[in-house]
Design a protein around this ligand. Sequence first.
Ligand SMILES: Cc1cc2nc3c(=O)[nH]c(=O)nc-3n(C[C@H](O)[C@H](O)[C@H](O)COP(=O)(O)OP(=O)(O)OC[C@H]3O[C@@H](n4cnc5c(N)ncnc54)[C@H](O)[C@@H]3O)c2cc1C
Length: 375
Amino acid sequence: MAKVLILGGGFGGVVAAERLAEQLGDEHQITLVSRSRQFVFYPALVRLAFGKSELSDVAFDLRRSMLNRRINFIEAEVAHIDPTEQSVTIAHGQVEGKLSYDYLIFALGRRLATESITGFYEHAHHLLNVDKAISFGKAVKKFHEGRAVFGQCSGARLPVPVYESAFALARRLKENGEPERVKITIVSPTTLESELVDPAGAKVLKKALDTHQIEFLPNLQIQSLTQNSAMTKSGDAIDFDLLMLMPPFRGSSAASYVGITNEEGYIKVDSTMRVAGCERIYAVGDCTNFDGPKMGHMAVRQAEVAATNLAAEIEGRAPAAHYRHEMRFVIDELGADSLYLHKDLSTDKRATVAQGRFWSWAKRVHEEYWEVSHS
Ligand SMILES: Cc1cc2nc3c(=O)[nH]c(=O)nc-3n(C[C@H](O)[C@H](O)[C@H](O)COP(=O)(O)OP(=O)(O)OC[C@H]3O[C@@H](n4cnc5c(N)ncnc54)[C@H](O)[C@@H]3O)c2cc1C
């Protein structure tokens, strides 16, 4: 019997657990550890903030969903892993102390390095958890005039909700007949081309920004915040009355100090999703060291590859599945102009870009699929 421990109850951890349960016999034990028993469907948080989704559409009970699939669930905080001892230290929660494993899948996502932006905690809204999305939604409701600034800090790696929330605000103001009293600005630490990793996609997005009179300011690295102003590395001040900012991301601290991470704390993996230079450990999702944006569909694909290879390893076969680093996203909230982009990040081939109401619908269908298949 093999004891498999999966850390993290997000896209990566949940899909890895489900696929392993499908592939392994009942004699093996699969346990998923996460700090919360709720799974959050993050792509729906922009809609939650703008009052177009209910909390019940965005989160579901992970424990019940896992138990239905004969996966043990432990609600607890992971402190760190010890690959030499093959154990995980649990700081607090349903269990405390050490949990041992035969095989580990690390899927604890990324850490928000808010400490590197002075004033972030006090003065910025963000959308990286349910409470923050709700609190941003309340601020949006009260916002009727002035300047709304949306953006990413250097290292944030999540452009989609920045654009979606700027478009959602533009739409709301138009519906309320208030667009003249508000200016919307998007601030980027790089350029539109590099945020979308493709010039054709950037061109289409720029046109949509212009149509909605959204200003785009490239190459501004926000370093600190006061109540109504963002200061950049080059000394510029960007004034705001409403701010939604993605903080810098870093790898999970639970993987620090064991020699498996790069300089930003992301876990080094090969294309089979095995942790480089480490036996019996796989890593998937936002915690890994792939280039470009960090997205849910990547975590899902990586989890499928890791589960297939881990099942093979347990059964004495060589891991044969490989992950191909591709990016797909839909920028919703553009109605008939909703934008779909697909790019293979392992080649120089240009992206496929498409526009239309269909993509908005497709994103919603995906959300409903997750909700129905896990509740
Ligand atoms: C607002 C928003 C919109 C997005 N839109 C899109 C989109 O349109 N398309 C797309 O593909 N992606 C989108 N994403 C990105 C996507 O949600 C992430 O890439 C995805 O969630 C990564 O999955 P993961 O499993 O690696 O990490 P996560 O989903 O972050 O899961 C990590 C899990 O580990 C748990 N955890 C973390 N640390 C600990 C610890 N120390 N102890 C115990 N448990 C811990 C967490 O509670 C969580 O359950 C969006 C994200 C946000 C925030």
